[in-house]
Design a protein around this ligand. Structure first.
Ligand code: RNT
Ligand code: ZN
Length: 418
């Protein structure tokens, strides 16, 4: 008797429950993850400034080897991409432009400052996404930008937002794939406000101004991102979930759901099907909050799996953009990208291997015992064999080997940065 290979055996195991594993892997290879550049340098950027004050964000840890220039960040991203199966996208913040050591005001930035990024992305065959940077700047030092009570400060940030849409448009146009331009602002109060209404009205007006120009959705897509609280904005965030939900629905914008931006027992997985019918699309900022919006590296946990399943169940691949948003300076930063992105892909693979119609059928029959039984049995299915196969087919190391590459890159490249 001829012994089946582990791969054939795994494929058979899935076929037995009505799942075509090879089809699932083909679908997986069509999914692009938008990898955030800011894990590589602790959200510092290349403006020569002081990083992220006025953001309500915190990066903790002091692992050596932070990228300090575009070249270093490119090298690190290329290393990460070489260890991640599939074709993906890179997500930039406006503060990561190629400013060549010259100070350029945020309201003056233009596509020229991103030429080098666009050329780099084209060479690698990756798409680009974009974010205006409404923090880490003297005019955001008090934590207020688009909703600032001072109209001249508001104007500065509106102009920044508009400049960024022009840049994103050029990125999408030159690369030939629509660039997602995501707006997140930190604006909020540390303590109980007297007036919750006016800042929200100002934010609406500023956003409407930024979006007043229409662009081809084949070049740029616009999204808005809410938040529950930040450091220094614990009592009130102008751009709350309800604010942006209403805004995105009425203005036909993508809504960005960041996994760390809700109450700790809420999950973005459940929000996808609730919101998707009412907006042009969703952007996910996949992150992992530990007790608070701590932006830990994405782990293959139940939350992530349920989010991946919700994307795959509704086949919402076209209208859901999957972005990552975490920053951990206590780990090797390239490894953080690799671990987080591979986990996102593993979750998507597992979701694509779900026996969807069987589960739905049980549910329709009211057989909730059968539904739970099958869901639990699915947990020990031979996903690992398929993942190894997928990595091999994409010329990247499987479970063994990639960490060795990180260690030698750390020793030979990152540790030499002083
Ligand atoms: C902040 C938001 C936002 C940022 C990045 C750097 O809480 O999540 O998306 O993390 O823009
Ligand atoms: Zn986010």
């Amino acid at each position: 008797m001829k012994l089946e290979s582990p791969l054939d055996w795994a494929i058979d195991q899935f076929a037995e429950i009505g799942v075509d594993a090879e089809l699932a892997l083909r679908k997986l290879s069509g999914l692009a993850i938008s990898i955030h550049c800011w894990q590589g340098d602790d959200v510092q950027g290349f403006e020569g400034g002081s990083g992220i004050p006025g953001s309500g964000l915190a990066v903790t840890g002091n692992h050596p080897g932070r990228a300090r220039s575009i070249d270093e960040l490119w090298n690190d991203l290329e290393k990460a991409l070489s260890l991640i199966p599939g074709k993906h996208r890179i997500n930039l913040h406006a503060s990561y432009g190629d400013f060549r050591g010259k100070p350029v005001e945020r309201d003056q930035i233009c596509a020229d400052h991103f030429d080098a990024w666009i050329d780099w992305a084209k060479t690698l065959g990756v798409g680009l996404d974009f974010n205006p940077t409404f923090f880490g700047h003297p005019l955001a030092a008090d934590g207020w930008t688009l909703a600032h009570r001072d109209s001249s400060i508001r104007k500065f940030w509106i102009d920044h937002g508009m400049a960024c849409r022009e840049i994103a448009k050029v990125m999408g146009q030159r690369i030939g794939s629509p660039c997602m331009n995501n707006i997140w602002v930190p604006d909020g109060y540390k303590d109980t406000p007297a007036d919750r209404h006016s800042p929200r009205q100002r934010l609406t007006e500023s956003l409407d101004h930024i979006f007043s120009k229409d662009f081809d959705p084949g070049h740029i897509l616009d999204s808005v991102e809410s938040k529950l609280f930040g450091i220094g904005s614990e009592s009130y965030v102008v751009g709350s979930h309800e604010f942006y939900l209403g805004y995105a629905i009425t203005r036909r914008k993508y809504l960005c759901l960041d996994a760390g931006h809700y109450h700790p027992t809420e999950t973005i997985a459940d929000k996808i099907s609730s919101i998707a019918p009412y907006v042009p699309g969703l952007l996910l900022h996949v992150s992992r909050g530990v007790r608070w919006d701590s932006d830990h590296v994405v782990s293959l946990n139940d939350d992530l799996l349920e989010t991946a399943r919700e994307i795959c169940r509704g086949a919402r691949f076209d209208s859901t953009r999957i972005g990552l948003d975490f920053f951990d300076a206590s780990l090797n930063r390239v490894a953080a990208w690799v671990i987080g992105t591979r986990n996102m892909l593993k979750a998507l693979m597992m979701a694509l291997l779900e026996p969807g119609s069987r589960l739905e059928q049980l549910e329709m029959l009211g057989d909730f015992t059968g539904r739970l039984a099958l869901m639990e049995e699915m947990k020990l299915m031979p996903y690992g064999v398929l993942w190894e196969h997928y990595c091999r087919c994409n010329n990247v190391p499987g479970r063994n080997g990639w960490m060795d590459e990180i260690r030698s890159y750390e020793k030979g490249v990152m540790n030499l940065r002083h």
